[in-house]
Design a protein. Structure first.
Lengths: 338, 374
């Protein structure tokens, strides 16, 4: 018989798999009930198209206690779903991931680490990734880890266990919903890692090139103005070169009178200048798009609906303790700061 | 002096918990003696508190304490209508900086425990500095008049035939012939009585009896606390405010003095300490010896950052009490009732209640174990 920890744990499931969701939730609910005094499970889903059948939420809510199902509008990325999930959870400690990572071992181990004072526990999953991903990831870290304060583990997986204080600190940062992992990583005092184990018959979702590339570009554009500065400097340099070429052209014109001979050089210079000009314009255009996107005041996500189990609390439990001290370690400190 | 030298139940401490426990047993035909150190009942922690009838809002970080308060609230209001003060609007504000919960989480938490809450009107929002306050909620929470509550409880224990002995200190509780021997000191002298069960309900003084009886001390944390009693400006009359959930403050009506109480998470506790068996000093002695230098100005200045009208409050008095906390509550800010049944001695039970309106939980627990007591 496990000793039940007197903490409130929220488990957030991102895009639950409708095929075996009942078995999974029953199992997860049993794990949480047998280890923690209070718990809830949040199912984070999005509106699906007509072709894809939706989860039978009502059936789940009837059968399993302590469930909240939150549905967001269709065009919501997994990062935003993740951020919305942990933001709406009310536990002292929140475990959030895809269904395949929310195994007993991963949940218990990460919550224990969190209780030991690690405000953010990240899941690490060692797996063979495609060459383009390894190369791109390595290049990205070398070039940008310093300027972006990018300190996520190379094998970082879509799994976090966070304390309420870390979450609340991260929520206040800019672009929290878009870069939830980076923000969480940057606000915590102490970080922990666990090696994730998948439940035996699960397959890990594979990275997609376009998603990864888009994520890398977003990280750069949203988190640093250094690339813009570099482009500005380049523009200045090209201006200087352009000026020198103009001077050179005048000098050649004054000294020699065979202008035709310089025609290939002129074309080369013009091509060179236009290349840079357009490169600069492209970057500036990208920034402009982001600025427009960022200043449109739209909410980071839209909740379509929220439903919850008919049983959410144990009303029979009395507020009585037999001991004045607790032997359990819980350094996440949601009590008074002292 | 006690009428008899033999009782079924002796309750030490005539605070709200002690009186309720005494009444419970007396109504079940038990011979009950209720010993109170002071001249009157309910003069210490049952009087010196925020006079708040909790409806759960105060504990977003401890769902159990919140839920039990929520469940007890209507029961308490129904049972003690004469002492309930509900002629004011209660607001909970969520701090932007340093708060451990945000407005969304607070709202979600209220929904979860089934506590009513709605966004406050713009006129109330205007009272606050929006730089520091994220959102204000209007909630359903009342205050109680502790003097009236005491009168009701006095009547109830009289009707239940509880023998009340004021100005009576319990010196020692010892095991004796399968029961308990209780040494008491009254104004008339020292007496020894026997009892089948002894309930120690003395809140901060719980370890004093344990210490003098040679019983292991219960690990407890004490805080020397001050609650300022103030007159509020007209704009704040008929309103009460609590800012959550961190180093913030509460401004609540204090009906028994017809004033408002101002308490602040950072400045209300002046200092804290833990018991030391070798150098034990009764918390009541600590309270008596304390210089009692008010921190009202610190409370007022900090609170006024959030609610500027607090600057217009006029200080009248301070209430001082030793607040007693369970060290285990440090991590989640919960306020459970500590109930140590048969603590070190068979028949000796220690009860330390966190909140007045949570009294039903201890009565239910005693009732669930009635075969032990009745």
């Amino acid at each position: 018989m496990n000793k039940i920890k007197d903490i409130f744990v929220s488990a957030v499931v991102i895009r639950p798999d409708r095929n075996n969701i009942l078995d999974f939730l029953t199992h997860l609910s049993d794990i949480l009930a047998s280890h923690y005094a209070h718990y809830e499970i949040l199912l984070m889903t999005t509106e699906l198209g007509e072709s894809a059948p939706d989860l039978d939420i009502d059936d789940i809510l009837q059968k399993i206690k302590h469930i909240r199902a939150i549905k967001l509008f269709r065009d919501t990325t997994d990062d935003v779903l993740f951020a919305a999930g942990i933001e709406n959870a009310i536990g002292d400690i929140i475990v959030c991931s895809y269904q395949e990572f929310l195994t007993e071992k991963n949940v218990i181990e990460s919550v224990n680490l969190c209780c030991e004072g690690n405000d953010v526990v990240s899941g690490v999953f060692h797996t063979k990734k495609p060459f383009w991903y390894r190369f791109g990831s390595s290049l990205f870290r070398k070039l940008f880890s310093q300027i972006l304060s990018y300190n996520l583990h190379p094998d970082d997986a879509f799994f976090r266990c966070v304390s309420r204080r870390a979450l609340n600190a991260a929520i206040g940062t800019r672009h929290f919903h878009r870069f939830v992992f980076l923000r969480l990583s940057n606000v915590c005092e102490k970080k922990g890692y666990i090696d994730l184990k998948l439940s035996s018959d699960e397959q890990l979702r594979k990275p997609h090139f376009l998603d990864s590339f888009s994520r890398a570009i977003s990280l750069i554009i949203f988190n640093s103005t250094t690339p813009l500065r570099v482009m500005n400097l380049s523009a200045l340099l090209v201006c200087v070169i352009s000026f020198l070429v103009a001077v050179y052209t005048v000098v050649v014109k004054l000294i020699k009178h065979h202008v035709v001979e310089g025609w290939p050089t002129m074309m080369l210079v013009l091509s060179f200048l236009f290349f840079f000009l357009f490169l600069i314009l492209a970057f500036m255009g990208e920034y402009l798009v982001r600025i427009i996107f960022d200043t449109n005041q739209a909410a980071p996500y839209h909740v379509l609906s929220e439903k919850h189990s008919s049983v959410m609390l144990n009303y029979d439990e009395l507020n009585i303790r037999e001991d004045s001290v607790s032997s359990e370690i819980n350094l996440t400190q949601t009590g008074r700061d002292r | 002096m006690p009428i008899s030298d033999c009782y079924d139940i002796v309750v030490i401490g005539a605070g709200f918990f002690g009186m309720n426990i005494a009444e419970y047993f007396a109504r079940r035909g038990k011979k009950v003696l209720l010993c109170e150190k002071y001249e009157a009942c309910m003069t210490r922690a049952s009087y010196t508190n925020q006079a708040r009838i909790h409806n759960g809002y105060h504990y977003p970080r401890s769902v159990l304490t919140a839920m039990r308060s929520r469940i007890s609230f209507p029961r308490f209001v129904k049972e003690f209508p004469e002492c309930v003060v509900n002629d004011f609007s209660k607001y909970y504000g969520i701090g932007k900086i340093l708060s451990k919960v945000n407005a969304r989480q607070f709202e979600e938490f209220c929904n979860r425990i089934g506590a009513e809450c709605e966004e406050a009107s713009p006129s109330v929002m205007k009272l606050f500095d929006s730089h520091y306050i994220e959102k204000i909620f209007r909630v359903r929470e009342y205050a109680f008049d502790s003097k009236k509550l005491c009168e009701i409880m006095m009547k109830r224990i009289r009707e239940a035939n509880v023998e009340l002995s004021c100005s009576t200190s319990v010196e020692k509780v010892l095991e004796h012939n399968g029961g308990l021997k209780v040494e008491i000191v009254t104004e008339d002298g020292k007496y020894v009585i026997s009892a089948k069960h002894v309930f120690n309900c003395t809140y901060s003084n719980i370890n004093s009896v344990n210490q003098s009886s040679g019983i292991k001390l219960i690990p407890l944390k004490y805080e020397m606390t001050e609650m300022a009693l103030v007159e509020v400006p007209d704009e704040l009359k008929d309103k009460a405010f609590t800012i959550m959930c961190g180093p913030f403050f509460s401004l609540m009506p204090f009906p028994s003095r017809d004033l408002y109480s101002l308490s602040h998470v950072r400045y209300t506790p002046h200092y804290e300490w833990y018991d030391d068996r070798d150098k034990y000093i009764s918390p009541l002695t600590v309270c008596d010896l304390d210089k009692k230098e008010t921190a009202f100005h610190e409370m007022q200045f900090d609170s006024a950052r959030y609610l500027p009208l607090i600057r217009k409050c006029r200080y009248r008095d301070s209430l001082w009490e030793v607040k007693t906390l369970l060290p285990s509550s440090e991590t989640d800010d919960s306020r459970p009732i500590l109930f140590k049944m048969n603590y070190e001695l068979n028949g000796y039970h220690c009860v330390m209640g966190g909140k007045i309106d949570n009294v039903y939980d201890i009565i239910t627990t005693i009732d669930q174990n009635k075969e032990v007591f009745l």
